[in-house]
Design a protein. Sequence first.
Length: 95
Amino acid sequence: MSNETAAAMWAQLDVFEALLKQHEGRFVVNDEVTIADLQLFFEFQNLIYLNLEWSTEKYPNIDRWYQDMLGVPSVKGINEQWKPVAEFLKAKLNP
């Protein structure tokens, strides 16, 4: 990942952290999972599979949201099904 791409990614995480900080619900829009949560979760999960090392201290609201998302049964199921594909891609992209 180029420095420019990494900087843009971190800037987006800063924006997401700020959004979650000002919002009192468990998820992006409210206390119910929405399509926005699903999209953001799987994009974030892809970054983790690609070895994103992020700080729970710098991003406590993202961490809380992420842990809440991991507890959603349908998300957990999809995540488990995706894991082998992600591991395969990770091996190809990070030999």
